[in-house]
Design a protein around this ligand. Structure first.
Ligand code: ATP
Length: 235
C-alpha cells in the first residue's frame, strides 16, 4: 500500500532521515520505535506532506506522493494524528470532527462516519457540545483520532497516541487502535512505548538517528538482543 524508498529529509543543514526505506501492506499495523529524536515524527510528517524529502520516493498505492501538498495527500486517503493532539480548543467536539471532513462532499458518508466515530469513542458523543479545550488529555487524544477518521483514511498515521496518558487509558486507546484496524484501516503507529506497540503490531521498524536499524515481526525483534537491550527493557 505504501512504499518508501531511500528518503533523505533535512531541516536546513541537519539531516533527520538518512536513506529510510519501508513498506506497509494493506490491513497491517506497522509500528516505528526508537528513542527521542530518532526521526519517527519526521517520517510521519514526510508521508503526510508536511515535509518534503530531498531525495527518494514515496509511493501510495502506486502513485508518487513525495512532496505533494498535505491536502492532496489527505484526499488520497492518508490522515495524520500529530504528536501532542492538537485539537481546536475553542471549538466544540462536534465542530472539531466536522473539520476532519472538510475536504469531503458526500454528506451521507460524513453522517455515517460521525456515527462510527461516536460508536468508537462514546465519550465524544457524551461531550459533543463541549469545548475541546476543556477535555481531559485522553479525551483530546480520542478527539484527535476521531477527527482524522472523519477524512475516511485508508492509512492512518498515529504519532505517540499514548503520550502522557494514565496506564488504563493507554490500554483503552490501544484497544481502539486495534478496532480501527479491524474495520479496515491500515495503521502506522509511532510509539515510545515499544512493548505496548509491539503487542498489537504485525511488523515494526526500529529507527536510530535517522536510519532504520532493524525491522521484522514482533517475534523476530524480540529475539534480537540488540533491540531488546535498547528498546524493550532488556528482558
Ligand atoms: P520524538 O519522539 O522526540 O518526537 P522523533 O523520533 O519523533 O522523536 P523527530 O522529531 O523526527 O524525532 O526528530 C528527528 C531529528 O530532527 C532530531 O534530531 C530533531 O532534533 C530534529 N528536528 C526535528 N524537528 C526539527 C525542526 N523543526 N528543526 C530542526 N531540527 C528538527
Amino acid at each position: 500500500m505504501l512504499t518508501i524508498e531511500n528518503i533523505n529529509v533535512y531541516y536546513g543543514n541537519i539531516q533527520a532521515l538518512k536513506g529510510v526505506s519501508l513498506t506497509i501492506n494493506q490491513g497491517e499495523i506497522v509500528t516505528l520505535i526508537g528513542a527521542n529524536g530518532a526521526g519517527k515524527s519526521t517520517l510521519l510528517k514526510t508521508i503526510s506532506g508536511l515535509l518534503k524529502p530531498k531525495q527518494g520516493q514515496i509511493l501510495f498505492e502506486k502513485s508518487s506522493i513525495a512532496g505533494n501538498a498535505a491536502q492532496s495527500i489527505v484526499k488520497k486517503g492518508i490522515s495524520h494524528v500529530p504528536e501532542g493532539r492538537r485539537v481546536f480548543a475553542n471549538m466544540t467536539v462536534e465542530e472539531n470532527l466536522e473539520l476532519g471532513a472538510f475536504l469531503r462532499k458526500d454528506k451521507a458518508g460524513i453522517k455515517e462516519d460521525f456515527e462510527k466515530v461516536y460508536q468508537l469513542f462514546p465519550r465524544l458523543l457524551e461531550r459533543k457540545k463541549q469545548q475541546a479545550g476543556t477535555l481531559s488529555g485522553g479525551e483530546q487524544q480520542m478527539l484527535a483520532m476521531g477527527r482524522a477518521l472523519m477524512a475516511r483514511p485508508r492509512l492512518l498515521l498515529l504519532d505517540e497516541p499514548s503520550m502522557g496518558l494514565a496506564p488504563l487509558l493507554v490500554k483503552t486507546i490501544f484497544k481502539i487502535i486495534e478496532e480501527i484496524n479491524q474495520s479496515g484501516t491500515t495503521i502506522l503507529l509511532v510509539e515510545q512505548n515499544a512493548n505496548m506497540a509491539l503487542s498489537i503490531a504485525n511488523r515494526a521498524y526500529v529507527i536510530e538517528t535517522g536510519r532504520v536499524v532493524a525491522s521484522g515481526t514482533p517475534e523476530e525483534l524480540d529475539s534480537s538482543d540488540q533491540v531488546k537491550l535498547a528498546y524493550l527493557g532488556g528482558h
